[in-house]
Each structure stands twice: as structure tokens, then as C-alpha cells.
Design a protein around this ligand. Structure first.
Ligand SMILES: [Zn+2]
Length: 257
């Protein structure tokens, strides 16, 4: 049975209403239409499923620690004073919270998908099983591999920025539509154009536009020294950090800076 859809009549970033067709495709027996916003160039699925949460069965999952979880923890600890509060939006099982369980900070995850959040809660991670509406303030907000899944990514970023205390840090990790690996057609098929899971496809300009709307300016972490002029170091950086999706967007911003 086809899943209910929630078509998007406005560009999720600039609110424009004129789109150009980019790509139509069928996955898991359902067809999806990917468009480019005529005004800002953002690429997104115009007819996503109504429920984008991942309702996986708790008994079928385990921890899924990734290098980026350790990277997020390192960045948080380097920025935060003891006693600081961290909120992670769309925390899934709460890997970051679990890794930080003995650190001198308070971690609260928000995750509406039940199986994932049930798993984290069972392991002792403090998770609120709803979407985050900005009703709680924090010194750090983490949005790790979430923006590509949600119907209103720019609003999510604004809510996060609004909930940050002055000097607080906002960390965002999300796939990159211009990922160099996307030069490979098979990689694109398996990792890039993957509705219904991924419905937003961000360029660096899209990320900057969303942060600007939230009154912040993003900078890259971990790979900050790399620029186009450093091209010859890319392969080395890749080797050094094998396993990281280094070609995705790994950015952070500090409120008021
Ligand atoms: Zn737009």
C-alpha cells in the first residue's frame, strides 16, 4: 500500500513556489519527483511521504557508533564548560548521549521515532520522545544527519538557533549534494538520490542560507584547513580519516559570533 504523501508547495529554504523538474525516480515501488527551486537553486523531493520518522523495531537494532559521534563529542567538550546542557534534535538511539554519559555535561536527546528512542532509553540515555519545539534552552544544539530527512529543515535550524544560550554552539552534519563521490552513478543511486529517506539535498550555499536565516554563520570543523588550493591533500585527508563521510557538510556556528 502506498504511503501517504505531503507535497511541498514552497521551497523549504527560500519559500519560492516555482520549481524546475530535476529527476523522477522509483524506489521501493514508489515514485518520487525531485525538483530544483527556480529562485534559490535548492534541490528537494517535492512529494515526500507524510511521516519521515524512522519507525524501526527496537528488537532489530543495535548501537551504530560512527567516527562522527566521537568528533561531535570532541567538539562539544572543547567548547562547553562543565554543567552545560546539550540538546540533540533527532538523536536516534542517542549514540552521542551514550558516549557522553560520564562527561560533566547534561545531555537531552529528542527523538519522535519510537524504536530508536526506546533503544536509547533502555540503555540509559535521557531521550524525550517528541520533536523539539524550542521549549528548552541549551548551550549546545546538535543536528546530526537529520536535516536531509525532514519536511522543514530551515525551520528546524531556526528553532535550534533560537533555543541556544548566548555563546552556545550549533553543530550540523548532513550529506552534501555536491559530494565528490557523487561523480559515480552507482554511488549517486545508493547514497544520494534515496527517497523516501532523504528528501533534501543541500549544497554549501543552501547550508549557509539556512544558517543566515537563523542569524548565524557556519564554519567547517575537522577539515577546516582544506580549501580548493589544498587539493593535493584531499587524498591524504581521506586516508587519515577513513570511515568518515568527509565529503558531507560538517559545520558549526557559535551564537553571537
Ligand atoms: Zn528556494
Amino acid at each position: 500500500m502506498p504511503s501517504p504523501r505531503s507535497p511541498r508547495s514552497h521551497c523549504p529554504i527560500c519559500k519560492g513556489t516555482r520549481f524546475d523538474p530535476k529527476l523522477g525516480l522509483t524506489r521501493s515501488g514508489e515514485s518520487f519527483e525531485i525538483v530544483t527551486c527556480s529562485d534559490c537553486g535548492f534541490i528537494f523531493v517535492v512529494d515526500p511521504e507524510a511521516d519521515t520518522a524512522n519507525h524501526i523495531d527496537i528488537e532489530k537494532i543495535g548501537w551504530a557508533f560512527r567516527p562522527r559521534h566521537h568528533q561531535i563529542r570532541r567538539l562539544l567538550l572543547s567548547h562547553l564548560a562543565a554543567g552545560s546542557r546539550i540538546i540533540e534534535i533527532g538523536c536516534g538511539r542517542g549514540e552521542v548521549g551514550y558516549l557522553m554519559r560520564n562527561d560533566p555535561v547534561e545531555y537531552i536527546g529528542y527523538e519522535p521515532a519510537r524504536g530508536l528512542s526506546d533503544f536509547g532509553i533502555r540503555a540509559g540515555v535521557p531521550i524525550t520522545q517528541t520533536t523539539f519545539e524550542g521549549n528548552q534552552r541549551a548551550d549546545a544544539l546538535v543536528i546530526d544527519n537529520v536535516l536531509e530527512h525532514v519536511a522543514h529543515p530551515a525551520e528546524m535550524l531556526e528553532i535550534a538557533a533560537g533555543a541556544l544560550n548566548p555563546g552556545g554552539i550549533l553543530i550540523v552534519i548532513t550529506p552534501n549534494v555536491n559530494d565528490i563521490r557523487a561523480l559515480s552513478p552507482s554511488w549517486r543511486k545508493r547514497h544520494l538520490w534515496v527517497p523516501p529517506d532523504h528528501i533534501n539535498f543541500f549544497s554549501a550555499a543552501d547550508i549557509a542560507a539556512m544558517f543566515a536565516r537563523a542569524g548565524m554563520s557556519p564554519r567547517r570543523f575537522k577539515f577546516a584547513p582544506l580549501s580548493l588550493q589544498d587539493f593535493k591533500f584531499y587524498v591524504r585527508a581521506l586516508a587519515e580519516t577513513a570511515g568518515l563521510s568527509i565529503f558531507g557538510h560538517n559545520v558549526y556556528a557559535v551564537k553571537g559570533h
